[in-house]
Design a protein around this ligand. Sequence first.
Ligand code: HEC
Length: 527
Amino acid sequence: MSSLTKRIGQWVCTLNSGGLHRNRAVVLATLFCAALLLAVELSGQQGPFDGLFSFIPNGTLYPNPLGASRTINVNGGGLDLANPFFQSLGTNGRACITCHQPSDGMAVSAAHVELRFLTSQGTDPIFRPVDGTVCDHGVDLTTVAGRADAYRLLRTRGLIRIAIPVPANADYRVVSVENPYGCNDTATIAAYRRPLPATNLRFLTAVMIDGRESTPLTGTQTIRYDNSPGSLLADLKQQAVDATVGHAQAAVPPSDDVVTRIANFELGLATAQVFDRRAGLLSAGGAQGGPQPLVSQPFFVSMNSSINPLFPQLEQPGGLVTPGDGQFTSDVFTIFQAWANLPPQDPRAAVARGEAIFDSKPIHITGVAGLNDPASQGGLAPGGVASLNGTCGTRHDTVNVGDHSYPTPLDIGTGDPDPANPSVNLGGLDIAYLPRVTVCKLDPASGAVTADCKTTSDLGQALIDGKFDHVGKVKGPVLRGLAARAPYFHNGSAATLLDVVRFYEKRFGWTLTPQEESDLVAFLGSL
Ligand code: HEC
């Protein structure tokens, strides 16, 4: 790329934070950049812009329904399009960027997937039958209407079909699978999952929704205090191998050099909302929004964990360890505290109030497998805690990031049917579009199926380690860049952030006033 193009690119898309104001120029520049970048992304490998850009500048703003996000390479130089992350490494035209887009907080928003369907008539590389269709058989991909139907969960909820065989040594049996799309195999279970953001990865303590890229199943390791960050790098490298062979259908796995470059590139990314259409620039007036403060955010595995200090000695492969600093603070997020004393009608005060609700409003936590069940062993809370007065931070304790600083898979019920109305989950959100999988525990002595059964839409961790006690347990994701990647929860059941908040209200009897609901939504949308 010529240095002139480079400079024009930087000039157009890089807005110095110091000079950013809540004005029309920002909005116009944002929209212009978005159109430009969308064109680049839509054009794929051989498009009209091929060769024109060699990197995306760090300052690029990506508009979303609530404002704009930014993804930066903390090592400088912007997003280097020569990195294999952006290249087709398999046989079906897909690259990592296909499902992890800078415009979508390094994941995909369903709205943008739908746009890609419309502009490509369902031929964009994200639309591939290997895992993009509702099922791998019984679909017609020869017509646009057929493709629209086959890719409907991807178009409307941004869901990818992840099929995993039931472990041979599972202590349960899959007794039935009711899959609305025909994928009813009880030996290999199809789950429907949202792409996780391939950014802010420095803060991860488990890779993948079910944590499988941090387990022996994939030849990877648990991310621990004493082996991080080497374990994280190794896990991300294996993840890149598996994504290339799986999603991109590569005939041979990528080389160690290629996956090392991918993993190091991803580890250098930081993403957050920078501009909110109501509150304006999220780093103004002393606030710490946007990705830049994440670069220096202190972190170590089990930092600020609310769970481990209760049970300080944890059994780990290799013996008992005392992780973390035992210094739990429920003030997990502090980035908008500087706005707390603004006049109440100022939209920035609403964001600060939402942050305070997140940090301090008590939630009575019951019935969460992984926390409240007697089987909460395996490095968590031996014996469980029948009920716990917590906050949002009990689950989302990584300071200013919001995932769990210690690998803590939980089942809060986003994928579990409400017994009174199986078409909704335990928080009242529609899950009729998801399969219903029923598994029953086996009697350890006789191997016979017992009456101890569970029904859920996604077996989660139980599909990785074969443990009945782990049915439905999934990891808590990073909460930054949310506005760029609706819908929410691992199965896309929450269309909006308000749906997310209402899920918690119904699930935990957590009562918020309409004002508190909208404040919390304003905060989540500003992350
Ligand atoms: C077809 C879409 C698709 C493609 C292509 C794709 N991914 Fe993903 N990615 C997903 C989905 C879906 C998940 C979550 C799946 C799960 O947890 O079971 C995911 C999860 C991840 C995660 C886990 C993040 C976390 O918080 O645990 C990383 C990292 C990642 N992908 C990186 C990559 C890389 C690197 C590539 C290219 C080699 C790639 N992905 C290609 C869809 C895709």
